[in-house]
Ligand binder design. Structure first.
Ligand SMILES: [Zn+2]
Length: 272
């Protein structure tokens, strides 16, 4: 039996001129500023449709001075791929940074898959520290509290199977409860790293991104990503604009908006 999944990356925002000191925990003088893309991911197949992360909306963009970054409503692309967001039954939240878990009210039929350690951290003593507090929105956290009271959060402790061939794995490092998504399509493996690896370069140079809960945890996450992908699998970073050029457009009218990660790559570049 093959799961027959297709996996899509939907770019909903884009930012130029991100400082090297943000891209790398230990940037050097040789590192240059670069662009940053913001994605959510859609997995479709006979088992159903699964959204991975929800991005941030217009209100948060305004509050955080990111209005110039937004590239339209990402849910338009979800609909263009044949999925009605209102009908989604499962949404995975890789972690609770503002650019991954906004506007959860737009998914009224969904249960949300989240690591227990992630919510424990953001409701615990470390969350108020400046280096952590700055990357979350209180509204997103209270949304999760409300959803939990409504019985709509599926708490994960480590690894979990969402559907045969689609699994979640705690890696930590970037945040305490950072989780990644492994999709076995039957003919290959795609691992959605989300912020366990922002850029291909983070993995290739073995240097984590600047925002960290644990440096050693981030390195262990790199190892876990490779282990989950196996020698032939693809690891898809969470913020690298290069994803948009390595894979073909997901469909007519979706160029620059969405790419299919389960389609043959446009150019094959080796990940070390
Ligand atoms: Zn993050």
């Amino acid at each position: 039996m093959t799961p027959g999944f297709r996996v899509f990356a939907i770019r909903y925002a884009h930012r130029e001129g991100v400082a090297a000191t943000e891209v790398f925990h230990h940037a050097t003088s040789a590192d240059e500023p670069r662009a940053m893309a913001y994605y959510l991911w859609l997995v479709t197949g006979p088992a159903g449709a699964f959204l991975v992360d929800t991005g941030f909306g217009c209100e948060v963009a305004r509050i955080r001075d990111r209005e110039d970054c937004l590239r339209g409503d990402p849910l338009d692309a979800v609909r263009a791929l044949g999925v009605q967001p209102e009908e989604l039954s499962d949404v995975v939240l890789t972690h609770l940074h503002f650019d991954h878990c906004g506007e959860l009210g737009r998914f009224p039929s969904a249960r949300f898959w989240l690591q227990r350690r992630e919510m424990a951290f953001w409701t615990g003593p470390g969350a108020s520290r400046p280096s952590f507090r700055r990357v979350v929105m209180s509204q997103d956290l209270t949304d999760v509290v409300e959803l939990n009271l409504a019985g709509r959060v599926r708490w994960v402790d480590g690894d979990a199977v969402v559907a045969p061939g689609l699994s979640l794995h705690h890696v930590g490092g970037h945040t305490a409860g950072m989780q990644v998504v492994r999709v076995d399509t039957g003919s290959g493996v795609v691992v959605l790293a989300s912020d366990a690896a922002h850029y291909y370069d983070n993995l290739e140079t073995d240097r984590p991104y600047s925002a960290l809960e644990s440096v050693s945890g981030a390195h262990a996450a790199f190892d876990r990503l490779r282990e989950l992908a196996g020698p032939a699998g693809d690891i898809v970073p969470g913020h690298d604009p290069a994803v948009m050029s390595r894979y073909p457009a997901a469909g007519p009218g979706l160029a620059e908006v969405a790419v299919e990660l389960t389609a043959p790559k446009i150019e094959s570049e080796e990940l070390s």
